[in-house]
Design a protein around this ligand. Sequence first.
Ligand code: 3HC
Length: 291
Amino acid sequence: MDEKVAAFKEIRKVGVVGCGQMGGGITQVCAQSGYPVAVSEINDELLQRGLASIDASLTKSVQKEKITQQDKDTTMTRIKGTTDITDFGDCDLVIEAAVENLDLKKKIFGEMDKVCREHTILATNTSCLSITGMAKATKRPEKVLGMHFFNPVPVMKLLEIVRTAKTSEETLDTAKKFGQSLGKTIVIVQDSPGFIVNRLMAPQILNAIRMLESGIATKEDIDTGMTLGLNYPMGPLALADLVGLDTLLFIANGIYDEFREAQYAAPTLLKEMVADGRLGRKTGKGFYEYM
Ligand code: 3HC
């Protein structure tokens, strides 16, 4: 990847709101694909932590000889961290990856609408919140859509693009081409709770937790069953730990609120673990323990 330049010229600069696990991954992938990226956090401490994570992830790739030190250095020079959202003023696409709170996201979309130029596309990486609701906070609903990436972003090949009733064909087409330029495979879905993947993933993980709760199998056997029996890269309980139990609970509640179907009702064990701060990999403890 020496001096790679962005493949898709309509997007010359990308903004990413939030430099956590998802925002950091999105920033890394965009920068590695040749795009200059401005990434924001709410304070300098979180920003430096997020940038350090991207640096560490790229260092691992250098150590594994997947990229050269020069590739890493070039990628890092494309990334500009900021705590000032007016730095998004010259972005052609802004991807919001802040915490999952609809009011907060509406506020961010309202601010972006004021700061960004008329042609700029505003996207959200939300896992299940209403994108139509976020679009309403702007004067450009035709330029708003979901770009839902998967964790870990540098590894996962899918990008779910979520259109609302107001998203224009032009916006959709630009988002598709941009996603393809990141090396992702695109699926398109209408705005609805959980979109395609989380709507199907949630009942499976919730059922695995219910099985564990009822004592019909150990967590290891549930995960081994699904890993070897269905050729999944990891079992549902390990996946829950990767996603984050708080995020899983948020997704389950969000979809349950809409459909009122028992399959989306959060099991007691999940609620208890979240209340206990056992959130999975990010806290070092979930269904499994992590060093
Ligand atoms: N960043 C960059 N690369 C990473 C990485 C990361 N965070 N994590 C793993 N990798 C790379 C490794 O470097 C390795 O690359 P290599 O094969 O070229 O050396 C490769 O991925 C495999 O990693 P490991 O050997 O460390 O471990 P595994 O083979 O067990 O793979 C895994 C780990 C990629 C996480 C795999 O288990 C997997 O794909 N699990 C399923 C993940 C999944 O389903 N994610 C979707 C969650 S749902 C979601 O995100 C939606 C949201 O809204 C909730």
